[in-house]
Design a protein around this ligand. Structure first.
Ligand code: FEO
Length: 398
């Protein structure tokens, strides 16, 4: 296992997780990477570690450059376990002078690794440390992704280490942006934003402004997932600015589950209504789609129509799952409605409307409900429902 040099003094010493397919509930069809970086300054410095299971891979890459015991400083930009899981073992093996963390990082790491002396020392925005021949400064990036998150900036080499931000779950043996094809990575970058960063979009917008005000203009952006941005770091910054703005688009999702095909038949007619109205529509059965794929498609959607059959006086479990997940992502500016079939108790379909309201979706129609299989009139109501949502989206886009 070899390190990869990314600038004069910085080496990538992370790990590639080719086979992970579920990242705490997020479907990662292309795996991921856990990036860690070794700064070969006069005081060798390790920035972040990796998921616990990949400790050996990280240490082997470090050993290809330097005896790990010569590392004097560790920086932990984020306490989530995919970056700090290997920290206790690394501290034990390296015996650094200090491990720098944010205030919240101190609390989180102390609570995660109880009764262990990890040599933690706190830093805040504007603090700088001398790493011998260069300086690393810190910028707290609260909620990007957790309250503890921070960026580290290697000043002379102009390398910004951004932890989760500007990353993607994308396992690749090609470490740089100019080596990877946009037709593969763009979907994954957008999906990552939708599933990880979307709830904090207002913070992203403010933070990007703050970084500009601070005069940071990094030559290289080195995130902890995916690849390193060396050719065009502005590309991912501009994509984040666009995604954070959540600009409306004439697009809607029809998200549903079905028991014996009745709710799916209704979904087909709602989709037809949206198409008749000129709205781009993606119909997503929860039999076929993963919740994180729905989140990805929701990022640039303006409409969300949800449907469920009734099971044991409630909605289908797969719909409860996806709606709980989407609620947490706090997508703004949606209009929507609900639909579903039932046997003898239609009330749970109305619960879907309440769930939309609980997600701050502007509900534009009463739910369309069908006892057992939908008849011709009900299917026409479904088509009209799609048309109504389409017209409302068009109004909002004027
Ligand atoms: Fe990649 Fe929030 O951890």
């Amino acid at each position: 296992m070899k390190a990869v040099q990314i600038s004069e003094k910085v080496y990538w010493v992370g790990a590639i997780d080719w086979n992970i397919r579920d990242f705490h509930g997020y479907s990662t069809k292309r795996g991921t990477t856990y990036n860690a970086y070794l700064v070969m300054s006069d005081k060798p410095t390790l920035i972040d570690t990796v998921k616990k299971e990949f400790y050996g891979e990280m240490m082997a890459r470090i050993e290809s450059v330097i005896d790990p015991k010569k590392i004097q400083i560790i920086i932990s930009n984020h306490s989530e376990m995919d970056h700090s899981g290997a920290l206790p073992q690394a501290v034990a093996a390296i015996n650094p002078e200090e491990v720098y963390v944010s205030d919240m990082g101190f609390k989180d790491i102390t609570a995660q690794f109880r009764n262990q002396d990890l040599k933690l020392k706190t830093v805040k925005t504007g603090d700088k440390i001398d790493v011998g021949g260069d300086t690393i400064s810190f910028v707290e990036a609260r909620m990007l992704h957790w309250p503890d998150s921070m960026f580290s900036y290697l000043e002379k080499e102009n390398v910004l280490f951004t932890n989760d931000v500007f990353g993607m779950h994308y396992a690749t043996g090609k470490l740089f942006d100019d080596e990877n094809e946009e037709r593969f990575w763009l979907y994954e970058a957008e999906k990552y934003y939708a599933n990880i960063v979307l709830p904090y979009s207002d913070i992203v917008t403010r933070f990007l402004g703050q970084v500009t005000q601070m005069g940071l203009n990094p030559k290289i952006i080195a995130p902890d997932h995916g690849f390193v941005w060396r050719k065009d770091p502005a590309k991912i910054i501009n994509l984040y600015a666009k995604w954070a703005a959540q600009a409306p688009k004439n697009k809607a999702l029809v998200v549903y589950d079905t028991m014996w095909g009745s709710t799916e038949k209704m979904a087909n007619y709602i989709t037809e209504g949206l198409r008749n109205g000129g709205t781009e529509v993606i119909q997503m059965s929860m039999h076929a789609c993963h919740r994180s794929e729905v989140a990805k498609e929701l990022l640039d959607s303006s409409g969300l129509i949800i449907g469920s059959p009734v099971l044991n006086s409630g909605i289908f479990p797969a719909m409860a799952d996806v709606l709980c997940y989407l609620k947490g992502l706090r997508k703004k500016g949606l209009v929507g409605a609900a639909f579903g079939s039932y046997g003898w108790n239609g009330a749970p379909v109305d619960e879907l409307t309440k769930m939309l309201e609980g997600m701050n979706v502007e509900v534009v129609s009463a739910a369309v409900k069908s006892p057992f299989a939908p008849d011709t009139d009900t299917l026409e109501k479904c088509r009209q429902l799609g048309l109504t949502v389409s017209q409302k989206i068009a109004e909002k886009l004027k």
